[in-house]
Design a protein around this ligand. Structure first.
Ligand SMILES: NC(=O)c1ccc[n+]([C@@H]2O[C@H](COP(=O)([O-])OP(=O)(O)OC[C@H]3O[C@@H](n4cnc5c(N)ncnc54)[C@H](OP(=O)(O)O)[C@@H]3O)[C@@H](O)[C@H]2O)c1
Length: 260
């Protein structure tokens, strides 16, 4: 008997997770149900993402039957209370930034909860996802969350929020570095379009290197004594770029605590 994965919401996060499941072996284990305030949008979601063979629309758009279903809460945090949830869910997953498990419990009954922080890479099934579970669902969570990227289990909800530093906000920080490298190429005389293509290839290659090596190992492998790279590294360390990045991440995490 297939289990039902009920998505509340049909935005970009729901798309990433639903498409991850539909394109993996999990499609033989689960059926998908889509709930939300606008059935037309739910219908479009199914059509546009080619989910007709695996997904249906939840029949009611305000009173949601969660009984014995795995619930994926993929709406904006303020929308959680716009729905009523009926029954006892098999488990509840929330990707809503800043919403804790205690709040989820006020809305939906279940014995198993997971607070999940994916990132923008989910669009390409390459999310960096931190997750904290309450209850015996580690295996299930690993299976579902791995369908759209890398899932890392952390020990507390606070550490899920802390992953804003390592995943949530960090693509923007890396984009700033990418932008600077393009400008650096232009400054040295490379056409902007060529510089962008070269930097894109650098990030692509770097992502592969980082899967096999630590950052320390990558630095050592391209920093020869008296060479070019150590000159650049000296300038970055002299200008405390490492400390600036750590501080930027710390402020981003701190802001999430102030907002909620
Ligand atoms: N995108 C990311 O990279 C990312 C990363 C980490 C966490 N998250 C979290 O994921 C959740 C969804 O984000 P998203 O990127 O998927 O956003 P999105 O694409 O804008 O989708 C938002 C969803 O929330 C629904 N919604 C908004 N206001 C509503 C309301 N007042 N009542 C009922 N439903 C409402 C929307 O339905 P309508 O179209 O009908 O308004 C839509 O289904 C958010 O809580 C966000 O914190 C996202």
């Amino acid at each position: 008997m297939k289990k039902t994965l009920l998505f509340v919401g049909y935005g970009s996060m729901a798309k990433a997770i639903a498409c991850g499941i539909a394109s993996s072996d999990l499609k033989t284990k689960y059926v998908i149900e889509i709930a939300g305030r606008d059935p037309k949008k739910a219908q479009n979601f199914i059509r546009e993402n080619h989910l007709e063979n695996i997904a249906t629309i939840h029949s009611n758009n305000s009173l949601i039957n969660v009984n014995e279903k795995i619930v994926m809460l993929c709406v904006k945090p303020y929308a959680l209370g716009n729905f009523q949830y009926q029954g006892n869910a098999s488990s509840v997953y929330s990707v809503m930034a800043g919403v804790d498990i205690a709040t989820l419990k006020e809305h939906i009954h279940s014995n198993h909860y997971a607070k999940v922080m994916p990132n923008v890479g989910a669009r390409y099934q390459k999310s960096s996802t931190a997750v904290c579970v309450q209850g015996d669902i580690k295996e299930e969570a690993s299976e579902i969350l791995s369908s759209f990227g890398k899932a890392v289990f952390v020990d507390s909800e606070a550490l899920v929020d802390a992953s804003i530093a390592t995943g949530g906000s960090s693509p923007a920080f890396l984009a700033l570095i990418a932008q600077a490298l393009v400008d650096a190429g232009v400054r040295e005389g490379i056409r902007r379009e060529d510089a962008l293509n070269l930097v894109r290839a650098t990030f692509d290659g770097f992502a592969h290197l980082l899967l096999e090596q630590t950052p320390d190992e990558i630095i050592s492998s391209i920093t020869s004594p008296g060479g070019t790279t150590i000159e650049g590294l000296y300038v970055l360390e002299d200008k405390a770029v490492r400390g600036a990045i750590i501080s930027a991440c710390h402020e981003a995490v701190a802001k999430s605590k102030k907002k909620h």
